[in-house]
Design a protein around this ligand. Structure first.
Ligand code: RB5
Length: 149
């Protein structure tokens, strides 16, 4: 039996209910969810949560990640500082497909104050259900990696 793909989830305080809804949905799709919190609603700092999820992906412990804050922007910026991470904020399903297909994104970021739960879950499905196309897009992703190196 093959192991389910591990997906790491994290957020700041602004996105806890949406993160928990995403976790339930991702699990229902057959993935293994590694939800690294936080659980309690006190104000916290999105860079720490973005970095923590990014390290799980960069280390290979989890194949992909989904991170959330109020806008999705701050936590995305933090995650993208970790070597090997390509994270995009999506508020629509087309972008969620394209960041996988063309950019080989390994983390999706969502804004809990931007998208409602129904749309967020569709964005998550679009992201997880799309493979990287490679080819000319591989050349471009290699160029991103070269900047990082
Ligand atoms: C927290 O108030 C808010 O600034 C944070 O969730 C996020 O939107 C930052 O980018």
């Amino acid at each position: 039996m093959t192991q389910p793909t591990r997906i790491v989830l994290s957020s700041d305080h602004a996105a806890i209910p949406l993160r928990q809804a995403v976790a339930r949905h991702v699990e229902s799709l057959g993935y293994e969810v590694v939800d690294i919190g936080p659980v309690t609603p006190e104000s916290t700092h999105y860079p720490a949560h973005g970095e923590a999820a990014a390290q799980r992906v960069a280390s290979g412990d989890c194949a992909l990640g989904i991170i959330l804050c109020g806008t999705g922007q701050g936590i995305m910026m933090a995650a993208n500082k970790v070597k090997g991470i390509r994270c995009g904020v999506c508020s629509d399903t087309f972008s969620a497909r394209m960041i996988r297909a063309h950019n080989d994104a390994n983390i999706l970021s969502l804004g809990a104050r931007v998208v409602g739960e129904g749309l967020a879950l569709e964005i998550v499905e679009a992201f997880l259900g799309t493979e990287f196309e490679g080819g000319r897009h591989g050349t471009r992703v290699d160029m991103i990696k070269a900047i990082e190196a």
